[in-house]
Ligand binder design. Structure first.
Ligand SMILES: *[C@@H]1O[C@H](CO)[C@@H](O)[C@H](O)[C@H]1NC(C)=O
Length: 133
């Protein structure tokens, strides 16, 4: 019996290692970083799916920032009244600001500065998938 299960156990261990190794660090916007005039909805579609424990890194200059919006409505409206500030204008320099997508939920990201959000570009959402999905 142990012999029969051997290959399966090997496969399970190998898959676990592959899955664990898959947690990625992703720079939001790639070489464009986090800036006005770049379409992050488009970027996130092209870089999906994200997985749980992937890390998003935002690199940006002042005066931009990063908020987590509470729901789809506030995301669409760019309503920051119930939003949580993740990183202020000074946090995007150097290695940038990183956030691990540790939960199975929708993350709505946006910059609140000026027309960053309301022009429709400096915002996107991410839904990290479980690794065994
Ligand atoms: C941004 O990209 C999305 C997805 O490709 C597209 O639907 C949308 O029209 C674009 N927005 C602008 C302002 O170009």
């Amino acid at each position: 019996m142990a012999f029969k299960h051997g290959p399966f156990l090997f496969l399970a261990v190998a898959l676990t290692l592959v899955m664990a190794a898959q947690a990625k660090t992703i720079v939001v916007g790639g070489s464009e970083n986090w800036r006005p005039g770049f379409n992050y909805t488009d970027w996130s579609l092209k870089n999906s799916p994200f997985f749980i424990n992937d890390k998003l890194v935002f690199k940006y200059e002042q005066p931009h920032n990063i908020y987590l919006l509470p729901n789809l409505y506030s995301y669409i409206k760019c309503d920051f009244s119930g939003a949580r500030l993740l990183a202020g204008p000074n946090n995007g320099a150097g290695d940038g600001f990183g956030i691990v997508l540790s939960q199975y939920r929708l993350y709505y990201f946006a910059s609140s500065y000026g027309k960053d959000c309301s022009d429709g570009l400096m915002k996107f959402f991410a839904m990290p998938l479980p690794r065994w999905a």
